[in-house]
Design a protein. Structure first.
Length: 338
């Protein structure tokens, strides 16, 4: 028997989360009955709970009782004979079955959203929504300006922005959790396409009075002769310098490893450390005149790219396609030439 999926804090007026779970039928419904089920409120409620991970928030958004939401999702779980949500501490999370259902619902709803957008265009309106995932570096530098300009040009289009690592951004795009993303890559990603791509510099950020500021040339090994800070494994900037780290003894020396670009900037600002990052990262947030970014001159350093990511072979509907076109024309060139 499936266990109750939600606690009191998320279930609202359902005293113990979902009402008592019905006895499983032992086998799922027939395809015909399942198809009928997919046109019921349970699917709408499931999709909103999956997006918010909260029955209470779903209840608020749809203006229905929390108990009704819980009851509909339990009926859906019973119909599928699978648990869709599990309780993780005081929060909900999707099970593997829930992830599959949510992903396919996104594919089903996308054409409907596209149809609504095109009908609005026929009426002279420009509406819709754009789901964006971005690396922290971009979110602190070029993206706010881009979003502001786009919102001014298209005030009726809703923008939803999530911040993640570049690898997570690519995964979110590939799995259709977002429409497009801003990410850094060293190797061409699979499953996604980069219609807008620019090479960025990899270098060292330091105070202008740092000993390396006046060095005639700069290689990664030179930076490791001083206190140095680098991105943690899993960050794209770490992928960029890994070919230089592997097979060397550089990591045998004490270093500071960080998972935040903003912290790398602030550490460099204090003057003791040199921080390894991209030219975009060195200017997010604006670093002012006290810091200097110097590109690394190692020949073994692979090319590092920043760009817009969309799912391979995807047909973007009106709002995301409009944003993609706007971004391609308006991304500040200083972002990758700094």
């Amino acid at each position: 028997m499936k266990s109750a999926s939600m606690d009191e804090n998320h279930a609202g007026d359902a005293p113990s989360g979902f009402p008592p779970t019905p006895i499983p039928r032992g086998r799922p419904l027939s395809p015909a009955l399942l198809e009928r089920m997919f046109h019921q409120p349970a699917i709408v409620y499931f999709k909103v709970v999956a997006e918010t991970l909260s029955v209470r928030e779903c209840s608020r958004r749809l203006n229905v009782a929390s108990s009704a939401v819980s009851r509909q999702i339990l009926q859906l779980e019973d119909a599928l004979d699978m648990t869709l949500f599990q309780r993780d501490g005081r929060r909900l999370r999707l099970t593997a079955a829930g992830e599959i259902l949510y992903r396919h619902l996104g594919r089903i709803s996308a054409p409907l959203e596209a149809a609504v957008s095109e009908l609005d265009m026929l009426r002279g309106l420009k509406t819709g929504s754009v789901r964006i995932a971005t690396a922290e570096t971009v979110g602190l530098s070029v993206l706010p300006q881009l979003l502001s300009g786009f919102a001014e040009a298209y005030p009726t289009i809703h923008l939803d922005v999530a911040v993640a690592s570049s690898s997570e951004v690519i995964k979110m795009v590939a799995e259709e959790h977002v429409d497009l993303g801003f990410a850094f890559v060293t190797q061409p990603p699979t499953l996604v396409h980069m219609p807008v791509r620019h090479e960025v510099l990899v270098g060292a950020l330091m105070r202008r009075d740092h000993p390396l500021a006046q060095a005639p040339s700069l290689r990664l090994a030179d930076c490791f002769e001083h206190p140095v800070a680098i991105g943690k494994a899993g960050l794209s900037i770490r992928d960029a310098i890994n070919p230089l780290l592997e097979g060397s003894n550089l990591l045998n020396k004490p270093v500071v490893e960080m998972g935040s670009n903003a912290m790398l900037v602030e550490l460099a600002r204090l003057g003791h450390h040199v921080s390894i990052m991209t030219s975009i990262g060195a200017h997010s947030p604006p670093t002012g005149g006290d810091l200097l970014f110097r590109p690394l001159e190692d020949e073994e350093l692979p090319a590092h790219y920043f760009g817009l990511v969309v799912r391979a072979a995807s047909n973007l509907h009106f709002a995301p396609a409009t944003f993609l076109s706007y971004a391609a024309e308006n991304l500040p060139r200083a972002a990758w030439t700094a």
